[in-house]
Design a protein around this ligand. Structure first.
Ligand code: GLY
Length: 412
């Protein structure tokens, strides 16, 4: 009943007020942002209702992450790897609407994460801090945000091993000595920013070493990537095991892993101008876009080699990450820019038409049908906050391209 009244109030407000997204030219993109604005108010409402009755500590679950099979809202604590995506999505709504409401809420949920700046137990600090504080610093230059980001970059750098040439991804997993996952490419963006912001080249050197080592060891002949590569850190630092954790098999192409690689190497080319990163990104794009198991609507199966295709679950999050990367790559490629743009457009159109939540449903998450960890029997065909973040980021990039702006604005 309370939720029905809230939805009616939101619809009434939306009908009577002039949309802050009215200047967006593309009707689909405008509609997606208006939808996102209404949905995220539901997600905020449901999250704040929980937090209002909770005593907050550094360990409190504060950020919305997903929905459980029983319909309840899943929150994660600041140290959860997805903690930065909800504030990041609100920062994008602030960017597109100019609405101070979104800035205020984005700041509130960003600042819940401050304590993790000194957390040295994960490689995911890049995701957590860059999506939240990074967008806040870019859009609002909030005093103190830069310092939090630099501290986080120092914490992330502490995981670098010069013998291996990489940042260690996880501390868990008894079967590995020094596991590095393809996802780790995403965390390098914080390090590139830290060198630009501080003038200290060491962050950038770590990022480049990590990218080069990953390029040498993570990729197979067909340009798909392993999920986990384990290194002999105690010995000569060489790669010794090639495995999966969230994919179907060690030899398979886990969908989101291919998207993380595509996004990561595209970003590395933006940050360095080194053509080998562009070449790697284009090889990954070719693997994905020419794959026989890329569905007609371009929304990935959770693994390109899932044995039950075409009945295998889709993973909207993987496609959303790939779409955002392809928008950027479309501005870099010498001869395939139009093809990448068309591929990105196809993905966002499919997500918009087929994978958006029903209005007011899923506690306000924007999309459904993502997969967190299928082999772990965890989060199969559910909403996930990172699917929403990269869907919205892809739409921001689409709009920027349509307006002749740089697809990715500078942070500093
Ligand atoms: N970085 C974890 C994942 O993609 O599931």
């Amino acid at each position: 009943m309370k939720k029905t009244i809230l939805l009616l109030a939101l619809c009434l407000a939306a009908c009577t007020a002039r949309s802050p997204y009215v200047s967006i030219q593309d009707p689909m993109v405008r509609d997606d942002f208006e939808f996102a604005d209404r949905q995220l108010r539901v997600l905020l409402h449901d999250t704040e209702a929980i937090l209002d009755t909770t005593t907050l500590t550094e360990k409190t679950k504060v950020e919305p992450h997903s929905v459980k099979p029983d319909g309840s809202l899943v929150l994660v604590p600041p140290r959860g790897w997805t903690s930065g995506f909800f504030p990041g999505t609100m920062w994008y709504l602030y960017e597109m609407s100019g609405d101070e409401f979104w800035k205020e809420k984005a700041m509130k949920f960003t600042e819940y994460l401050e304590s993790i700046k000194t957390y040295k137990g994960t490689h995911d600090l890049g995701f957590m801090i860059n999506c939240s504080y990074g967008n806040g610093e870019r859009l609002a230059h909030v005093p103190g945000y830069k310092e939090v980001m630099l501290e986080a970059a120092r914490s992330l750098s502490s995981r670098f091993n010069p013998t291996v040439g990489c940042i260690r991804s996880w501390d868990h997993g008894a079967k590995w000595q020094f596991p590095v996952i393809i996802d780790n490419m995403m965390n390098l963006e914080l390090l590139f920013w830290a060198s630009e912001a501080s003038g200290d080249p060491s962050f950038r050197e770590i990022a480049i070493s990590h990218a080069n080592t990953t390029m040498a060891n993570h990729f197979r002949e067909d340009n798909s990537s392993f999920h986990v590569v384990d290194y002999d850190a105690a010995g000569d630092g060489k790669a010794v095991q090639f495995n999966t954790h969230q994919g179907y098999a060690d030899s398979s192409a886990w969908g989101r892993g291919q998207a993380w690689g595509l996004y990561g190497f595209t970003m590395c080319y933006r940050k360095t101008g080194d053509p080998k990163y562009l070449e790697q990104a284009e090889k990954i794009a070719a693997f994905i876009l020419s794959h026989k198991n890329l569905p007609e609507d371009s929304v990935f199966y959770w693994d390109f080699d899932a044995p039950d295709i075409p009945d295998a679950p889709r993973d909207v999050s993987a496609s959303a990450v790939a779409a955002s990367a392809l928008y950027e790559l479309s501005t870099m490629s010498a001869d395939k820019g139009a093809a990448y743009l068309a591929a990105a457009d196809k993905i966002v159109k499919s997500i918009s038409e087929k994978y958006r939540s029903e209005p007011g449903a899923n506690h306000g998450f924007l999309t459904h049908s993502s997969v967190g960890n299928l082999p772990g029997n965890n989060e199969i065909s559910v909403p996930l906050n990172y699917a929403d973040y990269y869907f919205i980021e892809a739409l921001v990039r689409k709009d920027r391209l349509a307006n002749g702006k740089p697809v990715v604005p500078a942070v500093n």
